[in-house]
Design a protein around this ligand. Structure first.
Ligand SMILES: [Zn+2]
Length: 322
């Protein structure tokens, strides 16, 4: 079912696609970051503004959408959302993510999103021969992503673009050394139907699920991290989900005991100690040794509301429609 092939959309792409096919026959998946060091992903209002500019706001289908949504909500069996994978691959050094890794990602996604009564189906794995790295797509407020990629998205399907990184992400100076590496991006609660994930992170237990969380309208738990510990005004501060504890962000990661999965010694302006949910999919902390990643009930509820909204309900298919 997973086939490596290209889908040429014009003659020039067709030519390069043919070239790439030959090689493959022989050789046989961030935002202006909220922090100065972009830990995991990019997502920003810039994305939503741009997609609105480019795509516009589609009208609701003329069909009986309310009736359709009611039927979907009443489904006893899981609803299916289709995924198409696009490996963005360089002609001279093509990196294609193996099927077993893609299947591992699907297994992880299906486990994490089972509470939404949805499952994902991998329709196809393809090669995209207009080559861009993660950094290419993210620069200049995602200009290339918007002007070179999303026009090719598939209706009512999630297109996942898997990308390589530039090779110069690490630096060593006299006084400092380090690396800056994004892992994925999409728009939060937008119209765009695609997600970008670094090939390195396809099998990561968090990254793809985190990006899908944005896709289904979740914000980072540390958004507006001045949210006070006492959860006052939790509907509008932080991630706007009231059962996610206030999170000061991964800049305070040094204060986390990853065995207890607990932060110690960080206080808000009122002197109350922060106790963020370290193992939340939408936080930026590392993995806890003893606790798997989780969503809160409030996050699941927010996503459930969103998948039945005008932006996403047309992605949902019932068993007899597959
Ligand atoms: Zn994110």
């Amino acid at each position: 079912m997973l086939q490596y092939h290209s889908q040429p959309r014009d003659n020039s792409r067709s030519k390069t696609a043919t070239h790439l096919m030959c090689i493959l026959w022989l050789l046989l998946l961030c935002s202006a970051c909220k922090t100065s060091q972009c830990g995991e992903c990019g997502n920003t209002d810039v994305l939503n503004d741009k997609e609105k500019e480019i795509i516009g706001t589609p009208a609701m289908d003329a069909d009986n959408s309310e009736e359709r949504i009611a039927i979907l909500k009443g489904s006893d069996s899981p609803l299916t959302i289709d995924i198409v994978i696009w490996n963005i691959a360089a002609i001279d050094d093509p990196v294609i993510v193996r099927d077993d890794k893609l299947n591992q990602m699907l297994t992880n996604l299906n486990a994490a999103y089972a509470p939404l009564n949805i499952q994902f189906r991998l329709l196809d794995s393809r090669i995209y021969t207009d080559y861009f790295t993660f950094e290419d797509l993210a620069e200049d407020n995602y200009e290339k992503y918007y002007y070179n990629i999303i026009q090719h998205n598939t209706a009512n399907t999630i297109d996942i673009y898997l990308v390589d990184h530039n090779k110069d992400l690490c630096f060593v100076t006299e006084n400092a050394r380090g690396c800056t590496k994004g892992k994925g991006f999409t728009s939060t609660g937008g119209w765009t139907s695609s997600i970008v994930i670094a090939k390195d992170d396809v099998t990561d237990m968090k990254v793809p699920i985190h990006e899908f969380g944005h896709f289904f309208n979740l914000e980072h738990t540390f958004k507006d991290y001045n949210a006070s510990v006492d959860a006052a005004n939790c509907e509008i501060l932080g991630d706007s989900v009231c059962d996610t504890p206030a999170d000061p962000g991964d800049g305070f990661g040094a204060m986390v005991n990853y065995t207890d999965c607990e932060m110690h010694g960080v206080y808000d302006i009122n002197g109350q100690e922060y106790k963020p949910m370290i193992n939340n999919y939408m936080a930026y902390f590392g993995a806890c040794f003893m606790k798997p990643y989780e969503f809160t009930d409030g996050q699941i509820s927010r996503m459930k509301t969103f998948i039945y909204s005008e932006k996403r309900y047309s992605y949902l298919k019932m068993q007899d429609e597959l």
